[in-house]
Design a protein around this ligand. Structure first.
Ligand code: NAP
Length: 294
């Protein structure tokens, strides 16, 4: 292995430490940041994600409110819960754990959350701001986490060719929007490839920074990587491991990729911890903005 491994836990700890200072500063002014987390149904992975978010809030002194709704909750009931939280001044941020049960519309949920409390940065309004280069508000958690990881590793995207594999609304598209901005820590030339792209390796082999957000275990192999490139693995996939237990695998084949890349993130311990750290960052920002606009 020749690549330097980028330590996502250490990078996330640095973000969390800055967030903690801001929580203390708000508390000194009598404001406790409040985050409401709504979970509909009992999907095991979602339960784990929600538990981790609530635990991180507790560690930081953010007042979290967990709202569990039954798996057969109706759209009207969900919207009514969101409306009440929109009106509640003690709740600065609202998050609905996705994916919701099939009878609920993800789009209607996103549209119902007040943009000023949209800590996931999913609303059209907040995503549009990013596209316009207005990055002083909420930032989408996983894409912002990727930029923060690059900064932590001393990799400046400016002037580099960044290739993103995947164009989802949660990762690929907002990450492309962030990386292409004429901003410090961005200013890259961005290519986005997806399932409609013939010969993906033709693009990935030209990437100075390669970001995999495909949702396919070990999709990117060493032969698809330019020697010395920075490889950021967003993927989290459960695959069968030894003894019949499942294990986590990224979208990058770490073994072959680490022989070619200059720097690489592991899974777990890479992008994952950054996503939750950036969520905490948004939760505190929501409270700061509420104070400013009061
Ligand atoms: P997604 O919504 O399923 O999107 C996957 C993207 O990859 C789509 O754009 C899809 O193309 C493309 N794709 C799928 N198969 C492909 C193929 N064979 N060749 C080329 N492109 C292909 O997934 P996501 O939400 O972006 O998540 C991606 C991965 O990141 C998943 O493993 C997810 O678990 C993980 N994730 C991790 C975090 C974290 O905190 N670390 C956060 C979010 C997501 P089409 O658009 O054509 O369908």
């Amino acid at each position: 292995m020749s690549a330097t491994v980028i330590d996502g836990k250490a990078a996330a700890a640095a973000v969390i430490s800055r967030v903690r200072e801001r929580v203390e500063s708000l508390k000194a002014r009598g404001v406790v940041p409040g985050l409401a987390v709504i979970l509909a149904g009992e999907d095991p992975a979602s339960q784990v994600y929600v538990r981790n978010k609530i635990r991180k809030c507790a560690e930081l002194g953010i007042d979290s409110r967990r709202i569990d709704l039954p798996g057969d909750v109706t759209m009207e009931e969900m919207l009514s819960v969101i409306r009440k939280l929109n009106e509640d001044p003690a709740v600065h941020g609202i998050l609905v754990q996705f994916p919701p049960p099939p009878q609920l519309s993800q789009e209607k949920i996103i549209d119902a959350i007040s943009p000023s409390k949209d800590v996931d940065c999913f609303s059209s309004c907040n995503v549009g701001r990013i596209l316009e280069g207005r990055t002083d508000g909420f930032l989408p958690c996983t894409p912002a986490g990727v930029l923060e990881l690059l900064k932590f590793a001393g990799i400046d995207p400016a002037g580099k060719h960044a290739v993103i594999v995947g164009r989802s609304n949660i990762v690929g598209k907002p990450l492309a929007a962030l990386l292409m901005q004429k901003n410090k820590g961005a200013n890259a030339t961005v290519t986005v490839v997806h399932s409609g792209t013939p010969d993906i390796a033709r693009y990935t082999r030209d990437a100075d920074i390669l970001i995999a957000a495909v949702g396919r275990p070990r999709f990117i192999t060493g032969g698809m990587i330019k020697p010395g490139a920075a490889v950021i693995d967003v993927g989290i996939n459960r695959v069968p491991g030894e003894n019949g237990k499942s294990v986590l695998a990224g979208d990058v084949d770490f073994g072959s990729a680490a022989d070619v890349a200059g720097a690489i993130t592991p899974v777990p311990g890479g992008v994952g911890p950054m996503t939750i750290a950036m969520l905490m960052n948004n939760a505190v920002l929501a409270a700061e903005q509420a104070v400013k606009n009061a």
